[in-house]
Structures are given as C-alpha cells and as structure tokens.
Write a protein that binds this ligand. Structure first.
Ligand code: SAM
Length: 284
C-alpha cells in the first residue's frame, strides 16, 4: 500500500489558506465527544494536515497525536503544535501502540480514501487503536456537496505565491477533483507545480454499514438540516459519530442523544461561503 502523500507540494499554501478551518470545528467536536471524556485524555487527530486543530487540542490539555500521510504537512504541523506528537503514516494502517479515548478526522480527509473497502480498512484501523467506550468522529463531503460546490475555479494571489484551483466532479465515478496550479517564488524565480487532489463520495447507508462491520456501535450522523449547529454547515457535509463498546458498561446504557442539543459555532468553516467566493465557485 502506498502512503498518501498528494498534499506534499501543497503543505505551505494549505496551511495559510485552509489550515485554520478545522479549528472552527472545535466547538462541534467538543459538543459531540470531548464533553463526554475525561480532561487530558489521549486523542488522535487522523489525517491531521498542518496541525492547527492538534494545536488547539493540546492547548485544551488533551494528549494529542497527529497522523498524516504527507511528510510536508507533518513538518508544518510540528511547528504549529509543538506540544503534540506527530507521525507520518497512512490512515489505512494506523498501527500505533497505546489506546486513544477519541479519534477524530476533520475537513473531509476521509473522502481521499478511494474505495469502500479501503474506507472499511480505515475504520478497522481506528477501532483497533480506540479504548473501550472511545469515540470516533469525522466529517465527509456527501454527493450533494460535490454537486453544489465542486465546480468553477478560484485563486489566491499573494506576494510570494499564486494558487489557482479548478474543481469538478464526476457523478458516474462518484469523484470530485481539484486541479491545483501553484506558482511559488523560490530564490530569484517563480516555480510552477501542477497536481490533482481527488476525492470520492459515499452513501450514508454504506458508511454506516462499514462502521458496523468494523465493530462500531451507537452510530450517529447529522448534516446541516439537524438543529445541532447555529448557522450552517457547508452544504453537503455530514458528521458521523461512532463508539467502540465499553466492556465494563452493559449494552443499552447509552449516553443522551446529543443531536437534540445545540451548539453555537462562530464565523468560519460552518458558515456559508462568502458571496465573492461563492461567485468564483459558480463561475463555470
Ligand atoms: C483536506 S486535508 C485536511 C487536513 C486537516 N484534517 C484539516 O482539517 O485541516 C486532508 C488531509 O488528509 C491527509 N490524508 C488523506 N488521505 C490520507 C491517508 N490515506 N492517510 C493519511 N493521511 C491522509 C492528507 O495528506 C491531508 O493532510
């Protein structure tokens, strides 16, 4: 199995323009998971990217480990979150010693896993490193998200780099594709890099089925239609929460239904895209 390293050329630019998005998910994660766990417990940020969420988790006192397939992303993560531990590894084969109270994966990282069997491999791998009673929470772009948002192009123009992203999706393949062209000022000249980032979408039903097959229980999922979040989720983004059974707790003693409660998320990830950004997404 090849390690997933497609973000290597993207790391610095990702950190600057997208890295903070995941920190906006913190209140949701707190609501869904952290408030049910002891302070300071061990957590794994799976596909942690440049570690801005790991930095927030460390600040909150969690013993944080970040895992990502991209060496370039991890190098930046180590600087962003000096108190966390990081490992370059593939999510399909986590195989870390020790057990985590929670594993989380934000900002559609698991959409990069390109087949249902491999997604189940990730789920099995997460199950193996979770302690009994531990939580797995992740978000995914769903079909409607690709159909509504993965079209058109946008760009960032900065002093030392220009980044152009053209997005598209293919309903027959259930894939979305970002074609990135990056110009970076290196030394005295501009260096051009072109690379694709490809994602795959899955049905809610098959995701739940694979979570169950991997051993998870107490599955919950919600999208923007759920009243849990004040404001809006990105259209077509769904959160999943799954739990590993705690052998010391009799089955049936479940925690309250968290989706009936509300959490307020301020500015950012979960707000609708700003008008001008929306226009460029739609400008195809
Ligand atoms: C969209 S970024 C999200 C990063 C971070 N979670 C955040 O919220 O900013 C997706 C990340 O997933 C990582 N990734 C994708 N597939 C992976 C895999 N199979 N194993 C490890 N990392 C993977 C990429 O390297 C990248 O850093």
């Amino acid at each position: 199995m090849n390690r997933y390293d497609a973000y290597d050329p993207f790391a610095r630019v990702y950190d600057q323009h997208w890295g903070f998005f995941a920190t906006k998910a913190y209140p949701i994660l707190e609501h869904l998971v952290w408030e049910h766990l002891p302070p300071g417990c061990p957590v794994l940020d799976l596909c942690c990217g440049t570690g801005q969420l790991a930095a927030e988790l460390s600040r909150q006192g969690y013993r944080t480990t970040g895992l990502d397939g991209s060496q370039g992303m991890i190098e930046i993560a180590k600087k962003n979150a000096p108190d966390a531990d990081f490992v370059v590894r593939d999510a399909r084969n986590i195989a870390l010693p020790g057990r985590f109270s929670a594993v989380l994966s934000t900002f559609d990282s698991l959409n990069h896993v390109m087949s249902l069997d491999e997604l189940e491999q990730v789920f099995q791998s997460v199950f193996a490193v979770l302690e009994g009673g531990g939580y797995f929470v992740f978000d995914l772009n769903m079909e409607e998200g690709f159909r509504s948002r993965w079209r058109g192009s946008f760009e960032f123009i900065e002093e030392d780099h220009v980044c152009v992203v053209r997005s598209s999706h293919d309903a027959s393949e259930k894939t979305g594709r970002l074609d990135v062209t990056l110009f970076e000022m290196k030394g005295s000249g501009w260096v051009r890099t072109d690379f694709p980032l490809i994602q795959r979408w899955y049905e809610e039903r098959e995701i739940r089925e694979r979570l169950r097959r991997a051993g998870f229980e107490e599955l919950q999922s919600f999208d923007e239609s759920e009243p849990i979040v004040e404001g809006a989720l990105h259209e077509g983004r769904m959160f999943f929460v799954a739990r590993k059974h705690d052998a010391h707790q009799p089955r049936g003693e479940r925690r309250p239904d968290v989706l009936k409660e509300r959490v307020t998320v301020r500015d950012g990830f979960f707000d609708p895209l700003p008008e001008e950004e929306l226009k460029s997404w739609e400008s195809e």
